[in-house]
Design a protein around this ligand. Structure first.
Ligand code: PLP
Length: 425
């Protein structure tokens, strides 16, 4: 019998890992184990290079960087849309890199929420990220509706997961628009996007997804599933840097419609500099851009996406699942005496790229982990999220995290700290 609790078992997994070489391309902090790549991905040398190239272009070319730079700024958002399309299963012109997650949600709701007759409500759920809910509430208010009444939030039975059946049951004739995450940020549950899209469309409802926790972690087929739109950030699994510019997908069946929030960078590029007061939208997802792109917060994504193309999102998913499986197995074997609850789905098909560990002392266990060189993240009130990232973490690190947790629990090291979260958790 092989014993998966030995360090050698982990080392063998690393030896046979076809993606292992990507780790050398990242700036890994010595004596530290980073398990927080689902909140802020690490810097790679390639992302640093493409950022510095754009900075050099500014230095040497001034305004000509827009058209003559190493990565001409005027076309960078579209170029990145093409590079990102395979990660979400879209046609190249269906993806654009622009805005932030929340701003893109505002743009897409402003475009696709068309209350009409009885159909005035927006369907979401009670576990989505707060920013998405704030955006939906404010959009309803702009339309003169009371969010208390017009925002439906599907309930979770256990505070962790939401059943697709329950969401489908809420798709009534009063619903005009559905907004859901692809993966829940706490539990890591994957929603069945294909099925939910089919069911929404059967009832004549437009549906859009927040892909913050899935893009760069799992494959998607947005075009094939006929998803209407989606939006996501690029600073989590895509490693483009703090506050890096986000992205959106709009199904090509909508090309040519007017964006809810128009601006000159949404123009057909041929016409943009005609400077006329008539807006001609781009015939692509580019139409949903608003103003001048944030070039320096976009450029790192160029280098980062090269790595995703080389590694292949299918391979990334296989390794990620294997790492989270290993982590769960080790937790069950090594931490069974310490009252942890695994708050993520066991079935691979329903599990994203992180593992949630629930514990009543979670806030201070996280502090003890940090003291021991492990960077987890904490989600109030009781969740420790651990995200082994396929491109830069090792199986041996996963093994070490569990060993460190075991000694923290055995020696009650967490009792040194207050059980409270920090300002940025
Ligand atoms: C990270 C995250 C956000 C963040 O939105 P920003 O506009 O980038 O700050 C929104 N929604 C979800 C589901 C997230 O995970």
């Amino acid at each position: 019998m092989v014993d998966l609790t030995t360090r050698n078992f982990a080392r063998n997994l690393d030896k046979n890992d076809a993606l292992a070489t990507f780790r050398e391309e990242f700036y890994m902090k010595p004596d530290s184990i980073y398990m927080d790549g689902n909140s802020l991905g690490l810097l790679s040398k390639r992302a640093e290079r493409t950022l510095l190239e754009s900075l050099e272009d500014w230095k040497h070319l001034g305004i000509d960087g827009w058209t003559q730079g190493t990565h001409p700024w005027f076309f960078m958002s579209e170029r990145l849309g093409e590079m990102m399309a395979p990660l979400v299963g879209a046609f190249p012109e269906e993806v654009i890199v622009t805005g932030s997650t929340t701003v893109n949600l505002h743009q897409l709701v402003a475009t696709f929420y068309k209350p009409n007759g009885k159909r005035t409500k927006i369907l979401a759920d009670e576990l989505n990220f707060p920013s998405d809910i704030y955006a939906l509430q404010s959009q309803l208010r702009i339309h003169g509706y009371d969010p208390e009444e017009h925002l439906i939030r599907t309930k979770s039975k256990d505070g962790r997961y939401i059943e697709e059946d329950d969401i489908i049951a809420a798709m009534s004739e009063e619903v005009a628009l559905i907004i859901l995450p692809t993966i829940y940020y706490r539990s890591g549950q994957i929603l069945d996007m294909k099925r939910l899209t089919e069911e929404a469309h059967k009832r004549g409802i437009v549906i859009g997804f927040d892909g913050c926790h899935s893009v760069g972690a799992i494959p998607h087929s947005f075009s094939e599933w006929d998803v209407d739109f989606a939006y996501w950030c690029n600073y989590k699994h895509l490693n483009a840097g703090p506050g890096s510019v986000a992205a959106l997908f709009v199904n090509k069946k909508y090309f040519g419609i007017l964006p809810g929030l128009a601006g000159w960078f949404g123009s057909n590029k041929e016409k943009q500099f005609d400077m006329e007061h008539t807006f001609f939208p781009a015939g692509s997802a580019g139409a949903f851009q608003i103003g001048t792109p944030h070039v320096l917060s976009t450029a790192p994504l160029l280098g980062s996406l090269e790595m995703f193309a080389e590694a292949g999102i299918e391979n990334i998913r296989v390794k990620s699942l294997s790492m989270t499986n290993y982590l769960i197995d080790l937790i069950e074997k090594e931490l069974c005496d310490f009252e942890f609850i695994i708050g993520s789905p066991r079935e691979g098909l329903r599990r994203g790229a992180h593992v949630s560990l629930e514990h009543k002392e979670a806030a201070r266990i996280c502090k003890a982990l940090k003291e021991n060189g492990v960077i987890p993240d904490f989600r109030a009130p009781n969740i420790i999220r651990l995200a082994p990232i396929a491109l830069y973490n090792t199986y041996e690190e996963v093994w070490m995290v569990v060993q460190i947790l075991k000694s923290i629990m055995r020696d009650k090291q967490y009792e040194k700290y207050k059980n409270e979260r920090e300002v940025v958790a």
